[in-house]
Write a protein that binds this ligand. Structure first.
Ligand code: NDP
Length: 327
């Protein structure tokens, strides 16, 4: 037992951001395979929204959030290789929205020197996602042309930079001039303000000089058709989210008409399922942050008690980069 306590962000029932409450709770006792972490920062993600709304079912009440970084303060009896005082981060562990969180040791990675805990909390979930999209879902290589939607967002900013680092060409979309400027600054070769064009696929094909090899689409409902129409024959549409809503059922015959195209709907958990794969992706990601070759933009920091404002901003398209909650 310990006498540590702190705030926890609780979802008492499914619903909008107004259901969120902060409770003062004792620190959980870590199980044999867990570490107890004093959390420095919690990442704000769409998966938290989907869970709170019941799109991804989780039985309420539950502690919100999935991503964080902090310092180990207690170690479960069966844990090897981690000790008190270690700086750690993780991208997917249920109940991460609290000052003290018991996290399975299997999902945490050490944060290297040169990466602060805020940046680690900001980059794990979205960065591991961008990493698997560009290495495994459609492996970008020299000369690949990739369409990246919502390029000023959390995953989007990282995708733009990773495609460029691999020698690819980026056609980015973003909503409004400020977000378009961010995408350009991060290296996008062409940027389309998709709020300002009538025919998005035509605009993409025009600046790309033809169809793109891959469309990375986390916007979903509003962009899916344009993503498909932007592909070259045998191109790939990687639909990885639904910020604008989920894509309705889809007639496979459309892939034939589009030119023998591929559609996939990947998720992070399937790409960090083994310890080796998690460590490989996290090492490449965090080393790039430490070297300064991958820029992490924290677009806002909110006290845990103000979490509803953070989610309203994310869901309301008002953010760039990553939002953090400080417990
Ligand atoms: P973002 O920071 O990208 O925020 C979402 C952005 O999407 C907005 O800023 C906005 O950018 C754009 N957008 C377009 N239409 C809408 C709309 N109707 N409502 C809200 N946003 C809209 O979020 P994340 O980086 O956290 O996540 C991006 C996507 O990636 C999400 O769909 C998420 O679920 C998915 N994801 C999937 C994972 C996976 O493994 N499958 C893992 C992690 C995230 P703009 O104003 O420029 O249009």
């Amino acid at each position: 037992m310990n006498d540590r306590r702190g705030p926890a962000l609780v979802v008492p029932r499914t619903g909008g951001s107004d259901v969120l409450v902060v409770e003062d709770r004792p620190a959980p006792a870590p199980g044999p395979d867990e570490v107890l972490v004093e959390v420095a920062a919690v990442g704000v993600n769409f998966i938290d929204v989907y869970q709170r709304e019941g799109v991804y079912p989780v039985e309420p009440p539950f502690v919100a959030c999935n991503e964080g970084a902090g310092t180990v303060v207690e170690v479960g009896s069966a844990v090897r290789g981690l000790g008190v005082g270690d700086r750690v981060a993780w991208g997917q562990a249920a109940g991460s929205g609290a000052r003290y969180v018991a996290v399975p040791a299997a999902v945490v990675v050490r944060v290297p020197d040169g990466v602060d805990l805020d940046d680690a909390a900001a980059v794990m979930l979205q960065g591991l996602t961008a990493h698997y999209l560009v290495t495994s879902t459609y492996a970008v290589e020299e000369g690949t042309t990739a369409l990246v939607h919502a390029a000023a967002g959390g995953v989007g900013q990282l995708l733009v930079q990773m495609v460029k680092a691999l020698g690819g060409r980026v056609v980015a979309t973003a909503g409004g001039p400020e977000k378009c400027a961010t995408a350009s600054r991060l290296g996008a070769d062409h940027v389309v303000d998709y709020r300002a064009v009538e025919d998005l696929a035509a605009a993409v094909r025009e600046v790309a000089g033809g169809g793109v090899d891959v469309a990375y689409d986390g916007v979903g409902k509003d962009t899916f058709d344009a993503s498909l129409a932007s592909l070259r024959p045998r191109g790939t549409l990687a639909l990885f989210g639904g910020a604008s809503g989920q894509v309705p059922p889809f007639d496979l015959q459309r892939l034939n008409a589009a030119g023998s195209c591929f559609v996939t709907r990947p998720k992070l958990l399937d790409h960090i399922a083994t310890r080796d794969e998690l460590e490989w992706r996290a090492r490449e990601l965090l080393e790039a942050v430490a070297r300064g070759t991958l820029e992490v933009t924290v677009g806002g920091r909110y006290d845990l008690a103000d979490a509803a404002r953070a989610y309203d901003a994310l869901e309301g398209r008002a953010t760039q980069g990553k939002l953090l909650l400080l417990p």
